[in-house]
Design a protein around this ligand. Structure first.
Ligand SMILES: [Zn+2]
Ligand SMILES: [Zn+2]
Length: 279
């Protein structure tokens, strides 16, 4: 598995690229805009130019920012507009894939329908791929298990389903009740994905340890091996041969030199048979 980080773009794409190089990332995930504000991002020619250098050096995934809630696009037009704005930023930058949280809504069924509708719109207006991320099950979060993600998927136009896959976040899996420390549970989870969605439908991993307990429904990412999931589970996951061609992005807290530490830890788990050299 190729490993990288979510990295800030607040200081410009040239900085992000340098940081990715410094950390030895083989994949990078970014927000396309300030993730905590509705303000739309206006890309300059120089942004687009420096993004080109960036994306030619390392695969880049976008992550939908925090405010658009795709489970509520029928309730408040800001959600659809915000989502489509970020799809548009992907198009302008040449980004091929965006990870989306499925949103939250107390009326679950309406939320699922709205999320499918939003994704259909985004797929229609672009040729990018969308990765549905599983949620921790916090509050009314949609997508807390494979069955619920599949309900959203079933609402996607059949002709566009080839552009929809899953992003599995280990911390969210654990907090939502999947005890991925147990190999049989991990294996059954992956087999459930395959049997519902078909083969090759896991597109990306978010590799985060969890500060909170199994089934806590609370989303707190933690440093690899220092949380409740622990090193053995990560060792199984990053060496799972079914995913040898996939990438894993860490979204661990950015404190002190923990990025370097987390990278070192996760690389130490990779079997020499499948690990890749990087420059
Ligand atoms: Zn995540
Ligand atoms: Zn999370």
């Amino acid at each position: 598995m190729r490993i990288g980080f979510h990295i800030s773009t607040a200081k410009g794409f040239a900085w992000t690229l340098r940081e990715a190089g410094r950390l030895g990332c083989e994949v990078v995930q970014i927000f396309l805009k300030n993730p905590r504000a509705w303000t739309e991002k206006i890309l300059t020619d120089s942004d687009v130019e420096s993004f080109k250098d960036f994306s030619e050096s390392v695969p880049v995934f976008a992550h939908l920012s925090y405010l658009p809630n795709i489970a509520k696009v029928d309730e408040d037009e800001r959600h659809m507009r915000g989502f489509l704005h970020e799809i548009d930023l992907c198009k302008k930058l040449g980004i091929r894939a965006m990870v989306v949280h499925c949103g939250s809504r107390s009326q679950r069924d309406k939320g699922i329908r709205a999320a499918s509708e939003a994704i259909n719109r985004g797929l229609k207006e672009s040729d990018i791929a969308v990765l549905l991320e599983n949620s921790a099950g916090q509050g009314h979060g949609i997508g807390k298990n494979i069955a619920e993600l599949f309900e959203i998927y079933q609402g996607i136009s059949i002709k566009d389903r080839n552009r929809v896959s899953l992003c599995l976040d280990t911390a969210h899996l654990f907090a939502s009740g999947y005890d991925i420390r147990v190999w049989e549970i991990w294996d059954a989870l992956i087999k459930e994905v395959d049997s519902r969605f078909g083969p090759h439908k896991v597109g990306l991993f978010h590799l985060n340890d969890s500060k909170t307990d199994l089934d806590s429904k609370v989303d707190r990412h933690w440093h690899i091996g220092q949380g409740k999931i622990g090193l053995d589970a990560f060792k199984n996951i990053v060496n799972d041969l079914r995913f040898k061609n996939l990438m894993g992005v860490m979204e661990t807290p950015k404190v002190d030199s923990m990025d370097e530490e987390n990278m070192k830890t996760i690389r130490s788990l990779l079997s020499p048979l499948v690990s890749r050299s990087f420059s």
